[in-house]
Design a protein around this ligand. Sequence first.
Ligand code: SAH
Ligand code: SF4
Length: 354
Amino acid sequence: MEDKQNLLDLTRSDLNDFFANLGEKPYCTKQLMQWVYHQHQFDFDQMLNLSKKLREKLNAIATLELPKISQQNFSLDGVIKWAIDLGNENHIETVYIPEKDRGTLCISSQVGCALACTFCSTGMQGFNRNLSTTEIIAQVVIAQQYLSDKGKRISNVVFMGMGEPLLNEKAVYKACDLLLDDWAFGLSRRKVTISTSGVVPALYRMADITPVSLAISLHAPDDVLRDELVPINQKYPIQELLSACQNYLDSGTQERHILFEYVMLSGVNDSIEQAEKLAKLLKGISAKVNLIPFNPFPETQYKISKKATIEAFQDVLFNHGIRAMTRRTRGEDVDAACGQLAGKVVDKTGRTQS
Ligand code: SAH
Ligand code: SF4
């Protein structure tokens, strides 16, 4: 028997095709999406405005199955981390970060990551596979279901969990489509962010395909250091990356900005000279810089930069007219901070066996 179609994998336009193939009217798409994304109803039998015949048909050929939550952790500062079981001993992690005026959900796009940035716990773990649209969207559905019962909501979604979203383009773009769709999550394009370490060809495609916001994990002001910290830089060096960034800024119908992320590693990339170099590099680009205090994990050699060093670095950027802020570390007590996510991964790269 053929596998059933999981309808969480389908965007509005995919669902229109799906229902058209069944000989059904286009309004079934709206009815189904509202049941799922607004009412959190996953049982076709309870979708009473669909005809009985259609409900029977859906039960026979389709599902709305979510992966299982294997663990839920609550940090003292309000951060919640979900570990989600994808079967075959692969797990991913999703993190909710509440702030005064917003609630950000940090989602994963892959099981592990193949890019092996040296300061990243996910990168050290190796890689297993890409997530499907269902598995990406399920993270938002699971968090939303839990939070709405508590009167909380998700205002922002960032692809800053496990994995490199621009190495899983198709599923990520479809997920973005659903995140922006009023019949699903209805977020504005400014509240959904793809964070990438710089997969340049994909960045050109992304600029045309989806209107969501962009964050670039830069972490070094020159190629020698970036080659070491973010190995994909050996393939796509800084100037190529910045040209792709400029293309992103020039594309699209609405005004765009870029957030550059820079993890502060003591004695590695946090000197005043490096801040000057960074300011020069970003001159003229519509950018904001987010300095991220390094979040340590057991196997790492790197150390956290001192608070005064981060402040001095930030001052240099300010003096050059570059907007910069320092990210407050959240959720450390449950290993939910940036770069600490490390759901169990069955590594296929061999990296973890060495
Ligand atoms: N692969 C994508 C998105 C996931 S990583 C990317 O690299 O952008 C999300 C962010 O966390 C990136 O900016 C990444 O560089 C940062 N990060 C990774 N490890 C970290 C660590 N140990 N401490 C602080 N930030 C880290
Ligand atoms: Fe992958 Fe991003 Fe971690 Fe680099 S920082 S290893 S790209 S998840």
